[in-house]
Write a protein that binds this ligand. Structure first.
Ligand code: SAM
Length: 280
């Protein structure tokens, strides 16, 4: 029934044309108008039975439609641009599964707005995507079961990078301390309307059973370490250790970290160990 009513909606291309919509660059708008593509993104979040999905920035609703067709229990679409509200209303009427919050997703408490279990699935606006990701991974208690998020490829690589890779840094250590992170799909720029300057990728983050709890402290430590990434740790962490009243050599030694190493070679587990050592 839902599928039939959704199939009766105008195609995404027609919808955008009928409403005369043009992308607003200031809101990071690049649309996915191919339902086959959005369905393969939505499938990365399956199974969706019984799951309530928060979708940030639905725009004309390509991914929104896909999430409903892939079986989400409900979708809460959070959109700042009011031009999309009539299009989203059409999807809400056809599906009976969509509610829309008109406003800034950075200011919405998703845990209060949507019942659980929850997943967040989104083709994020590039200008605020990383900020949203960090808000979600640092939220306590964790309120989501999975994150399936499209970023520009370079950000996706920074989330999923391993020690020794050039993209490895603070974002990888923080995200991988909370979840298992992987790049699930690369999406070339030409598949968006209008095409952005760079390619994109969808990352999937599945929560760890035992996440590292003190992300604030880990954030502070990794900021000190990667703030001067070309320097050896004995130099870049000198001020940090002094501020914390730590003997630098003892502290690094207890965590099995070579003072001459550079931050990009230190594993996530070692950063966590350093963090624990600094808290004592
Ligand atoms: N999901 C759509 C798609 O794939 O075709 C649109 C994706 S577009 C990259 C990003 C969307 O996020 C736009 O519709 C934009 O208006 C919306 N947006 C930008 N900043 C936002 C914010 N702070 N809160 C909610 N939505 C936002």
């Amino acid at each position: 029934m839902v599928t039939e009513r959704m199939d009766a909606l105008p195609t995404l291309h027609e919808t955008v044309r009928i409403h005369g919509l043009r992308a607003d660059k200031s809101l990071g708008q690049h649309f996915l108008l191919d339902l086959n593509l959005t369905r393969s993104i939505a499938r990365l979040a399956t199974p969706l039975d019984g799951v309530h999905v928060a979708e940030v920035g639905p725009g004309p609703g390509g991914l929104t439609r896909a999430l409903i067709l892939e079986g989400a229990e409900s979708v809460l679409a959070i959109e700042m641009d009011d031009r999309f509200l009539p299009l989203l209303d059409d999807i809400a009427r056809a599906s009976g599964k969509l509610s829309v919050h008109h406003g800034d997703a950075l200011k919405l408490n998703i845990a209060e707005a949507l019942p659980g279990p929850r997943k967040i699935v989104a083709n994020l606006p590039y200008n605020v995507g990383t900020k949203m990701l960090v808000d979600w991974i640092t939220a306590r208690p964790r309120f989501w079961e999975q994150l399936v998020l499209m970023f520009q490829l370079e950000v996706a690589q920074r989330v999923c990078a391993q020690p020794g890779e050039s993209a490895y840094g603070r974002l990888a250590v923080l995200c991988q301390s909370v979840g298992e992170c992987r790049i699930a799909m690369e999406v070339p720029a030409r598949l968006f309307t209008p095409p952005p300057k760079v390619d994109s990728a969808v990352i999937v983050i599945d929560p760890l059973d035992t996440p590292f709890e003190d992300l604030k402290a880990l954030g502070e430590l990794t900021q000190a370490a990667f703030g001067q990434r070309r320097k050896m740790l004995r130099a870049s962490l000198k001020t940090y250790a002094k501020r914390k009243g730590l003997d630098l050599a003892d502290w690094l030694g207890a965590a099995g970290v070579d003072p001459q190493a550079r931050p990009e070679t230190i594993s996530v587990a070692q950063f966590q160990q350093l963090c624990r050592g600094a808290a004592i």
